[in-house]
Design a protein around this ligand. Structure first.
Ligand SMILES: [Zn+2]
Length: 92
């Protein structure tokens, strides 16, 4: 199946354990936010431990990428790294 093989190739070409630290370029930010919206794996969510509380209006605290790192739209949680493969276009 084409989709499976291209996804496997993408994973093989990127290092799944490589973390890329902010700051990121505009292009990298766009790639991360695309990943969050149409992610072929689960999006990054708030790591505050409260992401399912009443303040997290989307019910999961999906993070938003900025040039200085991830922000949670619902609380002060911040994160400054992303997985290398999250910067790649989705494999289909
Ligand atoms: Zn949060």
């Amino acid at each position: 199946m084409v989709l499976v093989s291209s996804a496997q190739r993408l994973l093989a070409e990127s290092n799944p354990l490589l973390k890329i630290e902010a700051p990121w370029t505009k292009e990298q930010v766009d790639a991360l936010n695309s990943y969050q919206e149409e992610g072929w794996m689960h999006p990054f969510t708030c790591g505050s431990g409260n992401r399912t509380d009443k303040y997290h209006l989307d019910g999961e605290g999906k993070l938003v990428a900025t040039e200085n790192g991830w922000i949670c739209p619902f609380c002060p949680y911040r994160q400054t790294w992303a997985w290398d493969m999250m910067f790649k276009p989705r494999p289909w």
